[in-house]
Design a binder for this molecule. Structure first.
Ligand code: GDP
Ligand code: GDP
Length: 460
């Protein structure tokens, strides 16, 4: 589980500015969830090797009305789900009643909370920030988010130790990766090895925006099969893990919809948690993204898809509610899906009805295939043979009068499968040829449901 840092505070104190600073540190993927709240953003960030999720909570000031109440609820949920809260205040405006209301809330929360006074540029920070000590949340950290000042200090002194501690706690139970990685054997000449690691349960995360039918699908899967369901404890942001057996194979469903609800969870707001979804993606082997045929692909769907792609996880897409539609509508939906999802060439698309159970069984064929593809053991000899074949069928182009030459290939990891290719001028290979190679490998190795990463290295 990645640590979660939530940014809270009144509107306009500089939360989005700080969010951008924190997430810009790497090729962060930032998703907006327009339907849920205004301005609510999630991003992945990295400091000193520690990855974490940053949530920009929009804004709360205690005087919300109408739609803002829902926003405030979402902010409160984000606080609850976070490991660390950065409470931003405006050093120029000074302390407000709303700041005090937020502080009161945070003090009741037994959460690691830090007061961060922003906009300290061009003012006497010490005298302007002194009053924030009355918030009784300990030290007041000075930053100027717009200028990037004070942020490194905050990360280094305050956040880094906590991130290190949280990551150490969360690392228990990891290590699957290390175990499997040496299975890429260098000298396994004849192996066409299509072995999957069937002794481990496949962790399947069922994700999707609210109302697409995740709960219905989960219940359908659990109800149709003879499954053994255990009740798992968890907190609001944790998904529920449901071990199940199907055709003698073991799976763990990561239920982000909260079908097996714990007692108190009843809010509508609680039902869809982006953090929960992100954590589920992080922790699974295969993502099952559920979309609603009747709504088409929304921006929220694309955001979730973006997170799944970014994680490099295997992916199967279920287009749900495929019942009761006439052929004309079905055709229209299919071409719309083609248009919007055409860029993902590796994921299988299934048209299902969770309500009636149509197509649900077939989903597992693709789930198994995706998992097997992602964890497949591929020998160096095989990778090299395929590279040679691809090159013979269609030679790489000339660049500046010299032909690009691929010399050697070996495996660089799995989950997703990574192939390292060495050669001359490989950095000049046009994207079209890279795509050709990728597709060649995909076909030759029968890899479906998972992305393939090819890395090019200059020289032998
Ligand atoms: P949010 O509503 O809390 O997300 O606040 P924003 O990040 O949108 O910032 C609100 C305004 O404050 C914007 O006009 C920012 O340019 C400005 N701002 C943010 N950080 C700083 C800062 O460090 N110094 C100054 N002077 N202005 C800032
Ligand atoms: P979740 O929020 O993603 O867990 O969605 P739910 O499983 O609660 O479903 C939302 C609504 O869609 C409910 O009213 C379901 O009965 C309905 N629904 C779910 N699956 C299907 C389906 O395959 N066909 C139709 N027609 N309705 C469905």
């Amino acid at each position: 589980m990645l640590p979660v840092i939530a940014l809270v505070g009144r509107p306009n104190v500089g939360k989005s500015t700080l969010f951008n600073r924190l997430t810009r540190t790497r090729d962060a993927l930032v998703a907006d969830f327009p339907g849920l709240t205004r301005d609510r953003k999630y991003g992945q960030a990295n400091y000193d090797g520690y990855e974490f999720i940053v949530v920009d909570t929009g804004g709360i000031d205690g005087s919300e009305e109408g739609i803002e109440i829902e926003m405030a609820d979402q902010s409160l949920l984000a606080i609850e789900e976070a490991d660390i809260v950065l409470f931003l205040v405006d050093a120029r405006v000074g302390m407000t009643v709303a700041d005090q209301a937020i502080a009161n809330h945070l003090r009741k929360q037994e959460k690691k909370s830090f007061v961060v006074a922003n906009k300290t540029d061009g003012i006497d920070a010490d005298s302007n920030c002194a009053e924030f000590y009355q918030l009784s949340l300990g030290e007041v950290h000075h930053i100027a988010a717009a200028h990037g000042r004070g942020i490194t200090l905050l990360l280094e002194h305050t956040l880094q130790p906590l991130l290190a501690e949280l990551s150490a706690q969360n690392d228990d139970g990891k290590g699957d990766d290390d175990e499997l990685i040496d299975l890429y054997s260098e000298d396994d000449e004849d192996s066409t090895a299509h072995e999957a690691f069937a002794d481990k349960p496949v962790k399947l995360a069922i994700i999707g925006r609210p109302n697409v039918g995740k709960s219905t699908l989960t219940n359908r899967i659990l109800g149709e099969e003879r499954v053994i369901v255990y009740d798992m404890p968890g907190t609001t942001r944790d998904s529920i893990y449901i071990p199940m057996t199907r055709n003698e194979k073991e799976y763990v469903l990561i239920d982000t919809a909260g079908v097996r609800k714990r007692k108190k969870v009843s809010d509508v707001v609680e039902k869809f948690s982006v953090i929960k979804t992100l954590q589920a993606i992080e922790d699974c082997n295969v993502v099952l993204l559920v979309v609603d045929a009747r709504d088409g692909i929304s921006d929220q769907d694309l955001s979730l898809l973006g997170f799944a792609l970014n994680s490099g996880r295997s992916l199967v897409i279920a287009v749900n509610k495929w019942d009761g539609l006439d052929d004309y509508v079905k055709d229209r939906i299919k071409s719309e899906l083609d248009r919007r999802l055409g860029f993902i060439d590796f994921a299988r698309l299934h048209f299902i009805s969770a309500l009636h159970g149509t197509g649900v069984g077939h989903l597992f064929e693709s789930i198994d295939e995706a998992y097997e593809s992602a964890t497949k053991r591929i020998s160096t000899a095989m990778l090299r043979r395929i590279m040679d074949m691809a090159q013979a069928d269609h030679q790489p182009p000339l660049v500046r009068g010299r032909r690009v030459k691929l010399k050697y290939a070996h495996a660089g990891g799995y989950n997703p499968p990574r192939i390292v290719i060495h050669g001359n001028q490989v950095h000049d290979l046009p994207d079209s040829y890279k795509r050709y190679l990728m597709n060649y490998y995909r076909k030759a190795l029968k890899i479906m449901g998972t992305p393939i990463k090819i890395e090019f290295r200059e020289g032998d």
